[in-house]
Design a protein around this ligand. Structure first.
Ligand code: CU
Length: 349
């Protein structure tokens, strides 16, 4: 690969020298392209158009199934999906339309010795159209984006959201529930000691009932959850793709995000997109298992769908493995689960 790059760079330099030499008139070549050369160039333009668009359509069809399931797992996610669809629809339309025009006209008006170009200074009308149309469309998109963002971020209307803190560090997530008082106790990296790995300030009265969990955290269906994010070391990014949620975790500050889970883990497992995905993954695992068993090793366990919290900032060597399981369940089940968890104060004593 490296050798290929070096060859490509040397070739580019050689072409550069040759072009300069040609411009300076060192080489003797006929400066006017022949009809045949113009035709080849014209058809190459059309060929490139077909190739690029063919590739685009091919990738959309072949890799369409590695995208997220269509069903959003949060109510706020639905408006984000709509915004996404509109934006991508516009981009695709403009991309097809402008590329087709550019390459088709390059082909249509390819060099021809019998044809003379007309001098065309400018048209105010045209300038107005192609400046104002994108300006209006982009303003609309930005306003719609701001409106959607505010809808997601505004938690003032929710009477009793559930407060959770997500704590990031190299290379692990931890979660903390606010407990019966629904207020998270203060925390600071300087308080980290022993089992108090999130640096919760145990002198703060709000911290007395805080519940900390590792490995997995649960969320109630149908109740707004307001997340507070912190980081111990570097910038991480809390990414919960099924809920269409992502927020940076920045050392020394708190960031927030809110959403209402709308599909339980069990319900999502019955979603047809998920079923197809799980089947696909298990087919690959089965094939891999056969190889492993043949080599005298243990077979892989079949994959089962779970929501995940992932890190979406390259934060270090084990970034790829920084994840935490999310379980969404009915509120009654969630309350039962939360009750069974120990508070941090209990863990310390
Ligand atoms: Cu990370």
């Amino acid at each position: 690969m490296k050798a290929l790059f070096i060859i490509a760079i040397l070739a580019a330099i050689a072409i550069g020298f040759w072009q300069v030499a040609r411009l300076l008139g060192f080489t003797k070549s006929n400066q006017v392209a022949t009809k045949k050369e113009n035709n080849i160039n014209g058809w190459l333009m059309l060929g490139l158009l077909a190739f690029v668009h063919g590739l685009l359509i091919y990738f959309m069809v072949v890799y369409g199934d590695v995208l997220l399931p269509k069903l959003s797992a949060s109510t706020e996610g639905e408006s984000i999906d709509t915004l996404f669809k509109i934006t991508f629809g516009l981009i695709l339309f403009v991309q097809f339309f402008t590329q087709i025009l550019i390459f088709y006209f390059s082909f249509k008006y390819r060099g021809n010795i019998d044809r003379q170009a007309i001098f065309y200074a400018d048209s105010h009308k045209l300038e107005m159209i192609w400046t104002s149309v994108p300006a209006v469309v982009l303003t609309g998109l930005v306003l719609y984006g701001i409106w959607t963002w505010n809808k997601v971020m505004d938690v003032s209307k929710d009477k009793e959201p559930l407060y959770i803190e997500i704590y990031a560090k190299q290379f692990q997530w931890e979660a903390r529930y606010a407990g019966p008082d629904n207020t998270l106790g203060e925390a600071n990296v300087r308080n980290i000691k022993g089992i108090n790995t999130m640096g919760v300030d145990m002198q703060d009265k709000n911290a007395a009932d805080d519940i900390t969990v590792l490995k997995e955290f649960h969320l109630p269906k149908g109740r707004k959850v307001v997340f507070q994010f912190r980081s111990q070391d570097v910038i991480h990014s809390a990414y919960m793709p099924h809920f269409r949620a992502q927020m940076n975790c920045v050392p020394g500050m708190k960031t927030h995000f809110g959403f209402t889970p709308s599909v339980t883990t069990e319900e999502m497992r019955k979603n047809e997109d998920i079923i197809a995905k799980v089947e696909g993954i298990n087919k690959i695992r089965e094939a891999k298992s056969k190889e492993l068993v043949a080599a005298g090793e243990d077979a892989l366990e079949p994959y089962e769908f779970d929501y995940l919290l992932l890190c979406n900032k390259i934060c270090g060597s084990s970034h790829y493995n920084m994840q935490m399981k999310i379980v969404v369940e009915e509120e009654a089940d969630f309350n039962k689960w939360l009750k069974s968890q120990k508070t941090l104060a209990q863990k310390i004593n």
